[in-house]
Ligand binder design. Structure first.
Ligand code: ZN
Length: 174
């Protein structure tokens, strides 16, 4: 996927340039906007629109979007796609120090994968009252008996994420 690679490199550079002068919040918003683009890719393929990406050392190292129907794979959530790509690219099954951006609160499976990958920080968009495992249904990161703890920030560009999800389900009902 040369085209996609070029796009994520271009965005990494733009965000790095912007955040050199700006704040971490501005960088977070830039990466989340890219995750929203990836969610749009899922919607275009008829999948529930969720997008995710992983940033390490200021650059995007993995991207994913929800595609369980297309890949005939129940585990093909956006976060899993991003983690797989980042691990391949980094040549390491651990992504220590990385940040994962995802447009929707991660589920139990994805939080498990995030923990195994040793991702340091999670930034998500909309809360998910049905499957959210970062506080909406359960909060696995608050579970002291699990040995990995990540910093979690929720609600970033949540309105944009919800709008994508609503438009997708509204179109399906028509
Ligand atoms: Zn998930």
């Amino acid at each position: 996927m040369v085209l996609r690679e070029t796009r994520s490199m271009e965005i990494s550079k733009q965000i790095a340039a912007a955040s050199a002068a700006g704040t971490e919040q501005e960088a977070d918003a830039g990466f989340m906007r890219r995750a929203l683009e990836l969610a749009g890719q899922a919607a275009a393929a008829g999948e529930v629109p969720v997008g995710a990406l992983i940033v390490h050392g200021g650059a995007i190292v993995g991207e994913g979007w929800n595609r369980p129907i297309g890949s005939v794979d129940a585990s093909a959530h956006a976060e899993i796609g991003a983690i797989r790509e980042a691990c391949q690219r980094m040549g390491n099954y651990r992504l220590t120090g990385a940040t994962l951006y995802v447009t929707l609160e991660p589920c139990v499976m994805c939080v498990g994968a995030i923990m195994h990958a040793r991702i340091a920080r999670i930034v998500y968009g909309a809360a998910d009252s049905k499957t959210g495992a970062c506080g909406s249904v359960v909060d696995l990161f608050a579970e002291e008996r699990l040995n990995h703890h990540a910093a979690v920030t929720g609600g970033l560009l949540a309105d944009e994420s919800v709008a994508l999800l609503r438009a997708f389900f509204a179109a399906r009902r028509r």
